[in-house]
Design a binder for this molecule. Structure first.
Ligand code: C2E
Ligand code: MG
Ligand code: MG
Ligand code: MG
Length: 283
């Protein structure tokens, strides 16, 4: 309808566009102050061994608690942080905070930290990681950085080289949300990922009986096996999904079925309970 009005097309949508731009501007302003105001914290989601149910570690997930806007989920502010380059300072805080906390857990309990492409391409990034390890005393093998396929979109900027340098520190690398982005298999031959994280959309579809999703998970697990990489099934919510990804041979499992992202003290308590004894985290 608005098409008929020619020049009115833009006009018709303007109020909504305006509201979105306004919200973005508001978030950006707030985000610029969030670090110094100490408004960030991390939650830690359990990652368990698919066969034994033993707790292997946690993924650190960033949370922003704003005094007036409330709890803002990462999907609403990571993009803004990337565009404004605030992600550099925020990401450095995440790496440091996560390493400090993980150093308090019993070895070899691991910590996974999400890293944006923008961060990876910063010249200081390697030093940030090395300093976080040095200052916390965390063994590098207990840290794993998670990147998505999108880092390879800008291969011109040398993603493979940076990833190699990270690995040279002894830090693990995992490929997050596998299968949802720019999936070229070429880079899997160049970068030795510790693990591939299979996106929860495949887990969901496989368990609800979509044969293609089952075939894809089976193929990814086989490929990872032959490349010497582990696989983590993301977003496992039900017993049925658990059974499916166990049958398909995934190495590790993460999802609400085992645990939501936990507050720092709860994660620490779980880590300490499951450390030495290596008791099963699966009920
Ligand atoms: P991700 O790295 O793939 O993290 C997993 C997301 O799935 C988390 O959402 C987690 O809470 C959610 N999740 C885990 N298990 C389940 C499940 O069983 N069902 C469902 N429906 N969801 C589940 P969250 O915490 O909202 O984070 C969203 C994304 O934000 C993350 O996806 C990651 O890409 C990004 N992110 C989070 N923290 C950071 C960070 O510190 N730095 C950067 N650069 N990105 C981050
Ligand atoms: Mg992740
Ligand atoms: Mg993921
Ligand atoms: Mg994701």
């Amino acid at each position: 309808r608005s098409k008929d009005r020619g020049g009115g097309v833009f006009h018709a949508y303007e109020p909504q566009l305006h509201a979105e731009a306004e919200e973005r501007r508001l978030l950006e302003l707030a985000l610029r102050k969030a670090l110094e105001r100490d408004e960030f914290h991390l939650n830690y989601q359990p990652v368990v061994d698919a066969r034994t149910g033993d707790l292997r570690g946690f993924e650190a997930l960033l949370r922003w608690q704003h005094p007036e806007l409330g709890l803002i989920p990462p999907n609403r502010f990571i993009g803004i942080a990337e565009e404004t380059r605030l992600i550099g300072a925020i990401g450095a805080w995440v790496v440091r905070t996560a390493c400090m906390e993980a150093a308090r857990w019993p070895a070899p309990m691991r910590i996974a930290v999400n890293v944006s492409p923008e961060q990876l391409h910063q010249p200081q990034f390697l030093n940030i990681v090395a300093d976080a390890l040095g200052d916390s005393g965390l063994d590098p093998s207990r840290l794993e950085l998670e990147v998505t396929e999108s880092v390879f979109l800008r291969e011109g900027l040398g993603a493979t080289k940076v990833l190699e340098k990270i690995q040279a520190l002894g830090v693990g690398l995992s490929l997050d949300d596998f299968g949802t982005g720019y999936s070229s298999l070429g880079y899997l031959g160049r970068t030795r990922f510790t693990s591939i994280k299979i996106d929860r959309s495949f887990v969901r579809n496989a368990a609800s009986g979509t044969p293609e999703a089952v075939a894809i998970i089976r193929a990814v697990v086989a490929m990872a096996d032959s490349l010497g990489m582990a696989t983590t099934a993301e977003g496992v919510e039900t017993a049925r999904e658990l059974q499916m990804v166990q049958q398909l041979g995934c190495t590790c499992i993460q999802g609400f079925y085992f645990g939501r992202p936990l507050a720092v003290a709860d994660a620490r308590a779980l880590a300490l309970r499951n450390g030495q004894a290596a008791t099963s985290a699966v009920a």
